[in-house]
Ligand binder design. Structure first.
Ligand code: MG
Length: 169
């Protein structure tokens, strides 16, 4: 059961994604969470660094889809400049939106990765959909209250995950 909450990998930030490693694993589609994965939840627009980051992914041939539990307004505004595939009110950890994202990108569970900051939405949801997951450290300590509640439990899961990962390495 606990394994369903473990990510495939855990990295400090989206900028630590290893593009050549993703290519080596034949990854073609990348699903990104928005809030606290790309920007703090209360920041409306991506900055130049984020815009450039997605341009680089696209020029490397990756398909990208934003999958957020946040509102239509939030997601549309954030995606204005990026012009990526995007799904709002995703109801993560339900796997429905991840499947929809793969349909949009024309990828499948074996060549897609979910990248997000939350164990109980991004990682659990991705795992349930059979997709590889990469957990990132939240970009900000500011959280919406619903998220705040989950962070304590999350820390426990991450501790166990890291202990097991050390054993394997
Ligand atoms: Mg998030």
């Amino acid at each position: 059961m606990l394994k369903q909450l473990f990510p495939t990998d855990y990295i400090p930030s989206i900028f630590d994604l290893n593009i050549s490693e993703l290519k080596r694993h034949h990854i073609k589609g990348l699903i990104f969470d928005i809030d606290n994965t790309l920007v703090p939840f209360d920041v409306a627009h991506p900055d130049d660094k984020i815009i450039h980051f997605f341009e680089e992914l696209k020029s490397n041939g990756f398909k990208v889809c934003l999958v957020s539990n946040n509102t239509e307004e939030r997601v549309i505004k954030f995606n204005e400049k990026l012009k990526l595939f995007a799904i709002h009110k995703a109801s993560k950890p339900k796997s429905r939106s991840f499947k929809k994202a793969m349909e949009l990108m024309n990828t499948d569970k074996d060549n897609t990765v979910v990248i997000g900051d939350q164990i109980f939405t991004d990682v659990w949801g991705g795992n349930k959909a059979g997709i590889k997951t990469i957990l990132v450290v939240p970009v900000s300590e500011r959280d919406e209250w619903v998220t705040k509640i989950k962070r304590g439990l999350e820390r426990i899961v991450i501790k166990i995950y890291e202990r097991q990962r050390k054993k394997v390495k």
